[in-house]
Write a protein of this length. Structure first.
Length: 307
């Protein structure tokens, strides 16, 4: 237990160090862009960078905890926290950069995050299918979570979208052959549906013992539906989608507070944090909703600019 607690303390120290580096990266981006007035495309790109950074933060904390629980049995388990930390730094730097051009290092980091997310999804799928019962509710509850590496894939995708969007005019910019606002809205909307599925699975495992546990499986699908509708219909203002996404952005932080309360209610509470961080509800998970809501709001901004 002493070794386990020492590893957790080391992980928290490393996370604090990465947070300090992220702040330095954000300040570096702002200094590099000093005097540059951000265009509408750059503003949307910076929002996507912040969304990517928040998702990467969630993945960093979650994968570090869960892979520590698994004792890093496979050396490949060290890669996701490392890549997530780099994606966090790239997102922080991009969130402060007002220059209307791409950054090669950030672009490479985001591409690596996507590749790691794809590989991680394969590893986690194998972890489920190799168990007795293979594709079963028990294994979906207890085996490696499929949603975690997909969040890293999303963080990389949002970062690459940000790099593409900042280089051009908001009205004419395109992603994957589609208008940028439409493509980004589709990406964020599908990401919200996947994140809702992961939250629903974990809250079902917890028997929805608190009424607030229904919120992450009710509000996000509504916001996702409104965002997807805004993405595929004519480019005009969508006040309902905007309102739902703003509520969802707040819900992510509220969910984190509920999870902190859930940890405090376990035996020993926060005084026994080295055990309860693992046994309690996952603290870094809810801000994923906030991150995707930020990306969705950026998509609406780009979409409305085409009206």
């Amino acid at each position: 237990m002493g070794t386990h607690g020492g590893h957790v303390r080391l992980g928290i120290g490393v996370t604090a160090g990465v947070a300090g580096l992220a702040l330095a990266a954000w300040l570096s981006g702002r200094r590099a862009a000093r005097g540059a007035a951000p265009t509408e495309a750059v503003r949307a790109a910076r929002a996507c960078h912040r969304s990517s950074a928040l998702l990467a933060t969630s993945v960093l904390a979650d994968s570090a905890l869960e892979h520590e629980r698994g004792a890093y049995a496979n050396p490949a388990m060290y890669l996701p926290p490392l890549v997530a930390a780099l994606a966090l730094l790239a997102g922080a730097h991009g969130g402060g950069d007002a220059r209307p051009r791409r950054h090669r290092v950030r672009h490479a980091v985001y591409g690596s995050a996507m590749a790691t997310g794809v590989a991680g999804t394969g590893f986690h799928l194998y972890n489920i299918l190799k168990r007795p019962g293979r594709w079963s509710w028990h294994n979906l509850f207890r085996a490696a979570p499929l949603g975690a590496p997909m969040a890293l894939l999303l963080a990389g995708g949002l970062g690459l979208a940000a790099e593409r969007v900042r280089h051009g005019h908001a009205r004419v910019q395109r992603l994957l052959g589609r208008p940028a606002g439409q493509a980004l809205g589709l990406l964020a909307g599908v990401g919200l549906l996947g994140t809702t599925g992961e939250a629903g699975l974990l809250h079902f495992r917890g028997a929805f013992q608190h009424r607030a546990m229904y919120l992450p499986v009710s509000l996000p699908p509504l916001a996702a539906a409104a965002l997807l509708h805004a993405a595929v219909t004519s480019p005009t203002r969508h006040p309902l989608a905007r309102a739902l996404l703003r509520l969802l952005r707040a819900l992510g932080w509220l969910g984190m507070a509920f999870h902190a309360r859930g940890i405090a209610r376990r035996q020993g509470g926060w005084r026994n944090w080295s055990q309860n961080l693992f046994a309690g509800p996952p603290l870094p998970a809810p801000p994923s909703f906030s991150a995707l809501a930020v990306a969705g709001l950026a998509a609406l901004r780009l979409r409305e600019r085409r009206a």
